[in-house]
Design a protein around this ligand. Structure first.
Ligand SMILES: [Fe+2]
Length: 567
């Protein structure tokens, strides 16, 4: 960030190709410096979103009871203590030449800053909710101008994120990041176990009645520590078991193993899990709205990725405007820490709002051309054409309307986990079988997971029950009943869609593609899924070409180049 304006942001996983990669983000820092045209020695401030001294008393209390947890934390703290040294070693400069001031920003304050300071709002209520960070899981407050004020927080071990992760594990999804799958599964069930789930997460009347408590007998993390290991550099983190045997007794059976079939019982439990999350989350938001009297709310933390719950904010709370920046999870802490220092510590005025998500690497026409030439694709029966934008969009829209699957690679890579029209796979939303085709040919993911629609922003109200913008795919709305049959592929089983609203301003070429599709079909919507196949989203044109060939897509658009199977 230079003088308050975001210049570049990328997650290490896109560059080192390891999903959710742990460790020092050397490649991401190199990319950001290169994009800003700066050397490490020219940086004035380095902000790290972790404060080892936050909630020290709570930490010590639990550390005494959990020696293994304390050891694990100590290892991580040592890593964080040496940021200056790690930078110096990574960039081959003498540590004394780094003139930057180093700042530590507490985890949830960085989350709140990442949501508010890049939002379009002058004033807003703020809520951060996740698994755990700096020994807290939830924090709320108010943002006004270049200042934010923290009102309260909920400390370890009570956590909506760990609640969701624990039940996600019980349902047979053990991997880091699997909560998203269970949110999709929830739509297939009935929330018939609300009584049980209201005991697993309880409203808490302490501290003004704004919080919640976990029924700790159903969890293990307060005894053993949440065994989330980020210690292995360059690897995906792993999560230890979070739920106790008592949870199985409460929910009527042992945990499902990952390879066991999904029964209706599991779907009903997923529905109950999600419904209870919504009760607590929306309840907290209602109280926040009543206390702050704000019309707008900014959300961050892993729980803020629950687009199904977010979509209900308009109907079930007094908030009229919602902002969730595209990297609402821990990836977004980096920009949050930077903006916290800029405004809250240095007192600089606001001068930036995040209107799009395209802050990652981009590749020139020459680099794309070279990647195509180096690939054997030209000798394997594909036609390659370089086209002006209008023709490129029109022809690509025609290919999509013919039921073909198109890889769409343009400009700068998206910030955050969603593909938003620059590293996307695009397909025809009108075909009911498109979901299965995509799953069997390309994505290889669970059939119960929905695909998302991208819609021209000016058409949202005609197709969805809400018209508030959702530029970063962080809100799900009901598709209007009369439109559901027209876009069956990205309409979930419960009639909702996790939509991206596309404006001409934010992404002119993607907007033009969807507009061309509308001109050809009358439908201002395309199905949009991330450009990858069980790997981090593609970043470089070479990775797009590889994924394209591996996955048997029908056409690939790389910048101005259209690559299509002949015949
Ligand atoms: Fe977090």
């Amino acid at each position: 960030m230079c003088d308050g304006v975001l210049v570049a942001a990328v997650e290490e996983e896109r560059l080192n190709r390891v999903k959710y990669a742990a460790g020092f983000p050397q490649l991401a820092i190199e990319y950001c410096l290169k994009t800003a045209g700066l050397k490490l020695e020219e940086i004035d401030h380095v902000a790290v979103p972790r404060d080892p001294y936050a909630r020290l008393a709570t930490k010590l209390f639990y550390a005494m009871r959990m020696p293994s947890f304390a050891r694990e934390r100590a290892k991580v703290l040592v890593k964080f203590a040496g940021v200056r040294e790690a930078l110096a070693a990574g960039f081959g400069v003498d540590a004394s030449k780094i003139r930057a001031a180093f700042h530590r920003v507490e985890h949830h304050q960085a989350h709140l800053a990442s949501a508010f300071f890049v939002s379009p709002f002058e004033r807003a209520a703020l809520l951060s909710a996740d698994g755990l960070g700096d020994f807290a899981s939830t924090m709320w407050g108010i943002g006004e101008g270049d200042r934010m004020r923290i009102d309260d927080a909920i400390a370890f071990p009570h956590s909506l994120g760990l609640y969701y992760s624990g039940v996600t594990q019980y349902l047979g999804f053990p991997k880091f990041g699997d909560e998203y799958k269970v949110m999709g599964l929830a739509a297939y069930g009935e929330p018939e176990r609300m009584e049980a789930f209201r005991d697993i997460v309880r409203f808490d009347s302490n501290g003004g009645g704004d919080g919640f408590r976990l029924g700790l007998e159903y969890f293990t993390h307060h005894r053993t520590g949440p065994e989330l290991s980020w210690a292995d550099a360059g690897k995906t983190p792993t999560v230890g078991r979070l739920f106790s045997d008592e949870l199985g007794r409460k929910l009527g059976g042992p945990a499902r193993a990952a390879e066991e079939p999904l029964e209706q019982r599991h779907k009903n439990l997923a529905a109950s899990l999600q419904a209870r999350l919504e009760e607590v989350y929306l309840g907290m938001l209602r109280k926040l709205a009543a206390r702050t009297r704000m019309k707008a709310v900014c959300l961050a933390g892993g729980v803020a990725f629950n687009c199904v719950a977010n979509g209900k904010i308009f109907g079930q709370t007094p908030f009229e405007e919602v902002f969730v920046q595209p990297a609402a999870g821990d990836g977004g802490l980096s920009i949050g820490a930077a903006y916290f220092v800029w405004h809250q510590k240095l007192g600089k005025p606001r001068s930036f709002a995040m209107k799009h998500s395209y802050w990652g690497p981009e590749y020139s026409r020459e680099e794309i051309r070279a990647a195509i030439d180096a690939n054997e694709i030209g000798r394997r029966g594909y036609a390659i054409a370089e086209l002006p934008e209008e023709e490129l969009c029109r022809r690509t829209a025609g290919i999509i309307a013919d039921g073909k699957i198109v890889g769409w690679f343009q400009g700068r890579a998206e910030w955050g986990p969603r593909a938003l029209g620059n590293r996307s796979i695009v397909a025809d939303p009108r075909r009911a079988d498109m979901k299965e085709i995509l799953n069997s040919r390309i994505k290889h993911r669970e059939i119960f997971r929905p695909f998302a629609p991208s819609i021209l922003a000016e058409c949202v109200g005609d197709w969805f029950a809400q018209s508030h913008p959702s530029p970063f795919m962080t809100l799900a709305y009901a598709v209007r009943p009369e439109k559901r049959a027209l876009i069956p592929a990205p309409t979930h089983v419960d009639g909702t869609g996790r939509l991206q609203t596309v404006t001409q301003e934010a992404n002119p070429r993607y907007w033009r593609l969807i507009k061309a599709f509308e001109q050809a079909t009358g439908v201002p919507v395309v199905l949009n899924t991330s450009f990858n196949d069980n790997e981090p989203i593609v970043c470089r044109p070479e990775e797009a070409l590889d994924c394209f060939q591996r996955s048997r897509m029908d056409a690939l658009v790389l910048g101005d180049f259209l690559i299509a199977r002949q015949g």
